[in-house]
Design a protein around this ligand. Structure first.
Ligand SMILES: Cc1cc2nc3c(=O)[nH]c(=O)nc-3n(C[C@H](O)[C@H](O)[C@H](O)COP(=O)(O)OP(=O)(O)OC[C@H]3O[C@@H](n4cnc5c(N)ncnc54)[C@H](O)[C@@H]3O)c2cc1C
Length: 397
């Protein structure tokens, strides 16, 4: 029989880390979080107006944060994939979704294919300076006439038999870091008759003749990031610019998207969690009808729903990331994690606006920005509908 001192009480305040993280990850979390709060967050408002400056890349390179999971021989920290999840989560402390996105595109979208598929020369020329923050990268998949339908892209790279160079023509849109990038990982079509085997990735320096940065695009949220429309007019690159195998670009980019999706999921869950916590404080401060609004059962239940969904989304993403880190290629679960995290994050931000009432609609409370920034996650890196299609097809449908 239980005696009083043996009664087991629920531990609501437990801060135990998830099993995919060890003490090194927690130390890394503290150090990134402190840097972000001290050096980046104070500029959030200013960078909303005119995008964040390039020195952020240089500074983060100097601190080793741009190469957490890259091998030490290329200037990286030699960590594992969960280190990148930690970075994505801690970057949300900047209160700037646009800043977090610009950095994530560099660390987890444009540069991973260089390590995975690049030659030694390419790693020295692009990956090493990217890890140092000396070269900024972008990833070019989407075009004005093809986004979800990646195989529908029309940017062509044609081999010039006389010079053995490739001549690239086409255009890319919504390219994060596009206005400032030093190089772009570019998906092109090299053989329209070969279906999925007709695409090739290239590493293209952005100062190559014929690369035109047409304009920076205005958007709903993520104002601190730079999002550009680019044109490629007779851009000539040597055979040494082919990234990975010629004709395998479609598969290379599908691999890249898997890592990107879990990083996006981690970032949006963390941003929504911060919004939830800020909201919790508000619900205990704000009074209506003689009581704290958080004490109304309907509001209490909103918090319970949000917390449950956030926890489920986080657990799904962590477990999937753990499988990925341990050599599996769990595309179905990655799609589920990305889909669910993006939806939950937007739902939570929306409820946080609701619970803030009119204040939620005001800029000064910062909740509306979280909602605007998070809304991208249901579109970028594969829309909700595309994630559902990947999941559905994985069952043979
Ligand atoms: C702020 C921002 C930053 C971005 N950064 C980058 C970047 O750095 N690099 C890059 O390459 N791209 C980037 N993108 C592009 C992004 O990945 C695409 O917008 C996204 O993949 C969707 O493509 P789309 O816009 O052409 O929409 P579309 O493909 O035209 O889709 C329109 C609608 O149709 C639906 N739909 C399409 N096909 C199907 C289908 N088979 N079944 C059901 N529904 C379908 C979609 O889900 C969507 O609802 C960025 C976008 C934004 C907004």
């Amino acid at each position: 029989m239980a005696t009083a001192d043996k009664v087991i009480k629920p531990d609501f305040g437990s801060a135990r880390k998830h099993f995919i993280f060890n003490d090194d990850h927690e130390r890394l979390r503290e150090s990134i979080g402190a840097f972000v709060e001290r050096e980046l967050a104070p500029h959030a408002e200013e960078w909303e107006e005119r995008t964040f400056p390039d020195w952020v890349f240089h500074r983060m390179g100097e601190l080793g944060f741009l190469g957490l999971s890259y091998p030490e021989e290329y200037g990286g920290q030699g960590g594992d994939y969960p280190c990148n999840l930690v970075l994505a989560e801690e970057m949300t402390k900047s209160n700037s979704g646009g800043l977090a996105t610009g950095i994530a595109v560099h660390t987890d979208m444009a540069t991973p294919p260089i390590l995975a598929f690049g030659t030694e020369e390419q790693k020295q020329e692009y990956l090493v300076p990217a890890i140092k923050g000396e070269k900024i990268s972008a990833l070019g998949i989407t075009e004005p006439d093809a986004g979800s339908d990646v195989a529908g892209i029309k940017t062509r790279a044609v081999r010039d038999s006389a010079s053995h160079e490739y001549v690239i023509n086409g255009s890319k849109t919504y390219i994060t870091n596009g206005s400032r990038a030093d190089f772009i990982v570019l998906l092109t079509e090299t053989d329209p008759d070969k279906g999925y085997d007709g695409f090739t990735l290239f590493l293209v320096p952005m100062d190559s003749p014929g690369v035109i940065r047409e304009r920076q695009l205005e958007k709903l949220g993520m104002h601190a990031s730079d999002t550009a429309l680019l044109a490629f007019q007779d851009v000539r690159v040597g055979a040494g610019s082919v990234l990975g195998e010629e004709g395998k670009g479609f598969y290379h980019i599908m691999w890249e998207l898997q890592g990107e999706r879990m990083i996006g999921a981690a970032g949006c869950i963390a941003a929504a969690q911060r919004c939830f916590e800020r909201n919790l404080r508000y619900a205990l401060e704000r009074n209506a009808f003689g009581r704290q609004i958080g004490r109304f059962q309907v509001i209490r239940h909103k918090f319970a729903e949000m917390a449950t969904k956030l926890e489920s989304a986080r657990q799904l993403n962590y477990t999937t990331a753990w499988r990925f880190q341990n050599g599996e290629y769990p595309v179905r679960e990655i799609s589920m994690a990305k889909l669910y995290a993006s939806r939950v994050a937007v739902e939570v931000a929306d409820e946080c606006i609701q619970i803030h009432g009119g204040a939620g609609y005001m800029k000064e409370y910062g909740v509306e920005r979280v909602w605007r920034d998070l809304r991208l996650n249901r579109i970028g890196a594969g829309t909700d509908e595309i994630m559902l299609d990947v999941i559905g097809r994985s069952y043979g449908l």
